[in-house]
Ligand binder design. Structure first.
Ligand code: NAP
Length: 282
């Protein structure tokens, strides 16, 4: 039987659990606080930020939004992050991407203190993922793991091809799936004969940002397909996978929208609470 790996139901479960967990923390005088930094006025970022703000409010996280003008220098931004690192009332820090071109996102990832790294993008977090099991992981990776666990997808020994090697998804995802005994290959733009790899894959996870990248002829019968990509075509949101053609072959597949996406903001809030607990020795 084919399975649609929809993300809304597990996302709602995360939210309900967070509401209860945060109530308990607050009754002990702990008020989880997430600082969200926006640089410039990217319209798509404004939408994501509104979604984050609404969910934070719903689950009981105090969200502090800081807005910097588009011409803010990297030094000014990093100085503010250093201040927040020192501020004991702030449990998590994240900077909404993309940032203006004068700011290198890697400098941001390196400056946010690992213990306050809500997005899980710091080099420390990534190194740690390869070295030991860690409960601090990038939100999108947590979303993918949530789907895998919620729908009972067995990863041990599975030939898994991750398409995309970004530091926010592909690389950390490879680390956590290796930890779950999957046999992982990471493909990227220089990979030759991508379809030779995907045709042998039990699990394909695409995180590229190119509509129609994964087509029916690239997928074996009974594969599990997780589509992280988000692309707009003729005003319609779609993933990297040719859903209509690939779905009949797949054992299980995520829709876009409605798969990984709905889980990502919930995963970020969960991470903010994990950081809060760790900072309070819980
Ligand atoms: P990114 O940093 O641009 O990384 C894209 C990756 O795709 C790169 O590693 C690139 O290879 C690889 N690539 C490009 N063309 C390719 C091709 N033809 N064949 C194989 N690999 C190719 O992007 P990102 O930030 O990871 O985001 C990727 C997509 O995921 C976007 O659509 C984004 O919107 C989406 N996303 C969704 C969520 C969610 O919550 N659903 C969260 C995060 C991201 P090189 O390294 O060689 O350039």
């Amino acid at each position: 039987m084919k399975k649609l790996l929809e993300g809304k139901t597990p996302a709602n479960e995360i939210k309900e659990n967070l509401i209860e967990e945060i109530k308990k923390l607050k009754s002990d005088g702990i008020n989880p606080t997430l600082c969200v930094i926006e640089v410039g006025d990217d319209p798509a970022s404004k939408i994501y930020l509104r979604v984050k703000r609404n969910l934070a409010k719903k689950v009981g996280i105090k969200e502090i939004g800081l807005h910097f003008p588009a011409n803010t220098s990297q030094a000014e931004l990093l100085e503010k992050i250093e201040d927040l690192n020192q501020d004991p009332s702030i449990n998590g820090i994240m900077v909404q991407l993309p940032v203006p071109p004068q700011i290198d996102p890697r400098a941001i990832f390196e400056t946010i203190a690992p213990e306050k790294d809500a997005d899980g993008f710091s080099p420390f977090t990534l190194r740690r993922l390869w070295a030991v099991q860690s409960d601090v992981i990038p939100a999108t990776v947590r979303s993918i793991l949530t789907l895998i666990d919620y729908y009972g997808i067995e990863m041990a020994g599975k030939n898994t091809v991750i398409i995309g090697r970004s530091v926010i998804v592909g690389k950390p995802l490879a680390a956590v799936l290796v930890e779950r005994d999957a046999t992982v290959t990471i493909a990227h733009s220089k990979t030759k004969n991508l379809s030779e790899l995907t045709k042998n894959a039990d699990v394909i996870i695409s995180d590229v940002g190119k509509a129609h990248l994964v087509t029916e002829d690239m997928v074996k019968e009974g594969a599990v397909i997780i589509d992280v990509g988000m692309n707009r075509e003729n005003g319609k949101l779609m993933g990297d996978v040719d859903f209509d053609m690939v779905a009949p072959k797949a054992k299980a597949i995520t829709p876009v929208p409605g798969g990984v996406g709905p889980l990502t903001v919930a995963s970020l809030m969960k991470q903010a609470v994990i950081l809060t607990r760790k900072q309070h020795g819980r």
